[in-house]
Design a protein around this ligand. Structure first.
Ligand code: GLU
Length: 507
């Protein structure tokens, strides 16, 4: 049987890194097994629908290089891939469940439900559910005579269809990560399957579509485990047990301190992204930062995610996507949650920057450099020269600007104090005279610049250590950057002399 997996997000907002990891594991599993990877948009809950979220999800997958084989955009043999466009498919299955005695019509109003919750609330049951304990007292086709049910439906009374979950049964699930798991059906509520607007709920739609789309393995976050018994019962009641996918509930991604699931709010609070790409809430216009805009390379982001909950069993941490396809195995996915570590995420990005060729890096860095320049346009040739000089200092793409701006524009001197504190007459004379010598230098290259520097120094009783730092600050504006002589070579004679003279003019 051909392996078929799916990522089935509800388009409700930004794509959490846990969601991208689910995409990644789906993708790796599909590629490793010659299977198909399907993107299915689960948009049946109109109340939670958020404009733009679907396009955003597709853009995230594109950015990560984890594109599906079948999707709303691409189409495919099981189209449509958007549940709202499959609306007509689900009601018949809900009716079939009713006919087979596994579901029922329920006419209760919101007030009825509220009343039931109040009436059955006990110290040991603070949130009574619609289930085997309570359904016998509610307004549904189990308690009403068939003529009444027919009449209510005929006169247009709103109703939902609920699954009839039996009491005292054990529902078993085999999970590829967690092994055997049993649920006590008495604790499972009679979930709504079809809503009053005839739209299916997630529970019905996910089962029907996994069946119709011939999904063989269902990867999803551990947070869906409590819903699994309902899904398993539906597979059984619909007579599709033979076709049920294998379940793979992925461990949670935890807060850095390990206390609970990592949320968008943790990111805001601790200053790191939790979404793959910037997400703008269409209602509030609030922007939540993404890994892409923070300056992560998609390959580094994906590699980092692979290591959240999986390991290869070796010390190796850097894997290309191709390598991951070959090495990934579900057996090596951990059961326990994986703590998110932003410093480690940055480490991956730094590693990838070091291993990316300079021409590619120049293209990636250009927008950040251009954004900082008043001209808004850096020369690619200069970029190509600068990239190898600064890449080892760059962790995120915006660092190419912070670490390299002085190659493109005269910097603002941020370390004025460090120069002024130790300035003296010898330094003043040295720099004035050396600037003159530089203007006559025949070959403008770092070794000739350095040679003239070394030759001039002793004449003023100075050592390298006395003037290298002030010279660096003149060129860079701060106490960082690559070697001063190579900086001088790259920015050119005129600019080097200008930067020296503008500082000696302070005194
Ligand atoms: N639509 C669900 C979600 O939003 C999918 C859960 C599943 O994969 O079964 O995550």
């Amino acid at each position: 049987m051909k392996v078929r997996v799916r990522f089935a997000p509800s388009p409700t907002g930004g794509l959490h890194l846990g969601g991208v990891r689910t995409v990644l594991f789906n993708y790796l599993f599909a590629r490793a097994n010659g299977g198909d990877f399907v993107l299915r948009i689960e948009d049946t809950d109109q109340n939670r629908f958020v404009a733009g979220a679907e396009q955003y999800i597709m853009d995230c997958l594109k950015w990560c290089g984890l594109e599906p084989d079948e999707s709303p955009e691409k189409g495919g043999p099981y189209a449509p891939y958007r549940q709202s466009e499959r609306k007509h498919l689900y009601a018949d299955y809900a009716e079939k469940l009713i006919n087979d005695g596994h579901a029922y019509y329920a006419f209760d109003t919101t007030e009825d439900l509220e009343k039931m919750r109040k009436e059955y609330r006990r110290d040991d049951n603070t949130n009574p559910q619609y289930d085997h304990n309570t359904r016998g007292f509610m307004l549904n086709s189990l308690t009403l005579p068939p003529e009444k049910v027919a009449e209510l439906i005929a006169c247009g009374t709103p109703y939902v269809i609920r699954i009839k979950v039996p009491a005292n049964e054990t529902v078993n699930l085999t999970d590829m990560i967690r092994g055997e798991i049993s649920f006590d059906s008495s604790l499972v509520d009679d979930k709504v399957l079809l809503k009053a607007d005839r739209m299916p709920t997630y529970h019905l739609a996910v089962v029907v579509d996994d069946y119709l789309m011939k999904i063989t393995h269902a990867f999803r976050g551990e947070e869906w485990l409590p819903s699994a018994p309902v899904h398993i019962l539906l597979w059984e009641y619909l007579g599709w047990q033979e076709c049920m996918p294998q379940w793979v509930h992925l461990p949670l991604i935890l807060k850095p301190d390990g206390n609970g699931k990592l949320s968008k709010r943790d990111g805001d609070r601790l200053g790191f992204p939790v979404f793959a790409m910037n997400w703008t809430d269409p209602k509030t216009n609030e922007v939540t930062k993404g890994f892409r805009e923070m300056g992560f390379l998609p390959e580094a982001f994906v590699n980092m995610l692979a290591m959240l909950g999986w390991n290869s069993g070796t010390e190796q941490e850097i894997f290309s996507l191709d390598e991951l396809v070959h090495k990934f195995s579900i057996e090596r996915v951990h059961k326990g949650g994986a703590k998110f570590d932003f410093e480690k995420a940055k480490w991956f990005n730094h590693q990838y920057i070091q291993h990316t060729d300079n021409t590619t890096l120049a293209k990636l860095a250009k927008p950040y450099i251009d954004a900082g320049l008043s001209t808004g346009n850096s020369q690619l040739e200069l970029l190509n020269t600068v990239i190898p000089l600064i890449k080892d200092r760059c962790t995120l793409l915006p660092d190419f600007w912070t670490q390299g701006h002085f190659f493109f524009t005269t910097p603002e001197i941020k370390e004025e104090g460090a120069i002024k504190e130790k300035w003296n007459e010898q330094k003043q004379q040295f720099f004035a005279s050396w600037a003159n010598i530089l203007s006559g230098l025949a070959n403008w290259n770092q070794s000739d610049i350095e040679a003239s520097f070394n030759e001039e120094l002793p004449k003023y009783g100075l050592k390298k250590g006395d003037v290298l730092l002030p010279f660096r600050i003149m060129l860079v504006g701060g106490k960082y950057g690559p070697g001063v002589f190579i900086i001088s070579e790259v920015i050119g004679k005129e600019e080097t002399i200008k930067r020296i003279r503008s500082v000696i003019n302070w005194f």
